[in-house]
Design a protein around this ligand. Structure first.
Ligand SMILES: [Zn+2]
Length: 246
């Protein structure tokens, strides 16, 4: 593992997890870059304002390679924010769970709104998060039409890497996590995170109930994942730093 903080105006931190597998900690949410040198697969895409950081990370991790595929954990604006621009510029295949596609297409919206946040705005951590989310384009309309469904449990080979999607509904109806068996790693999206601006706790944890579409289901998913990953798997979360087994 090596970590670098390249000259990057958006301060994304890139960690090489295994050959061709890079974890990128963006300003407020994370993404993963998979590459075999010729092609790149991106897992999640940050907020709309993260486009320069996303493109910088692609160029740093895979100079000259073509963005062929974007995999989506779920359709929240901090995970699909740059997708409309990436789709326009690079025309990658976009893959997500069938259950999540209406959320990504904005035919339905399963996302926290201002009404949910308002009662908490007196807390400085929530106020800071809200300000960042708004500045980063969190309220901007994001809509992506071309999305293909993946079949959970069926391994994909993307940019030379085996990726196994797994359906983990709770945070959203079609939330996916992705196993990377060759790296002994799990991309956990928002089903399991390691830090969030609204809390002071660090390390593997669940997001609070207000962030979830179905909080009891999200708590069940988190309990399963916590048990499964505990000191065995590298965790690459949607928020917070990567977590390596002791
Ligand atoms: Zn998120």
């Amino acid at each position: 593992m090596s970590t670098s903080r390249p000259e990057n105006p958006a301060h994304a931190r890139i960690t090489r997890v295994a050959p061709g597998i890079h974890f990128v900690e963006g300003p407020a949410s994370n993404w993963v870059v998979l590459t075999d040198g010729d092609s790149v697969t991106l897992v999640d895409t940050g907020y709309p304002a993260d486009l320069a950081a996303v493109e910088h990370s692609l160029e740093t991790c895979a100079p000259g390679a073509r963005l062929t595929t974007v995999l989506i954990t779920h359709g929240h604006s901090d995970h699909i924010g740059t997708l409309p621009e990436l789709a326009k510029k690079y025309a990658p295949r976009v893959l997500a769970a069938a259950e999540e596609i209406p959320n990504i297409r904005r035919e339905e919206l399963h996302q926290i709104g201002i009404g949910d946040i308002l009662p908490r705005l007196a807390k400085p951590r929530y106020a800071r998060w809200t300000l960042h989310a708004i500045r980063a384009g969190g309220l901007a309309p994001i809509e992506v039409r071309e999305v293909e469904p993946v079949v959970p449990g069926i391994a994909l080979t993307l940019s030379g890497h085996t990726v196994i999607p797994r359906l983990t509904p709770g945070h959203t109806p079609g939330h996916l996590i992705f196993a990377l068996p060759e790296a002994n790693a799990l991309i956990t999206g928002d089903a399991l995170i390691t830090a969030h601006p609204t809390v002071s706790t660090r390390g593997p944890q669940a997001l609070g109930d207000i962030w979830h579409w179905d909080a009891p289901a999200a708590r069940r998913v988190f309990a399963e994942l916590a048990e499964e990953t505990c000191d065995r798997l590298i965790i690459l979360p949607g928020h917070g730093p990567s977590h390596f087994p002791a």
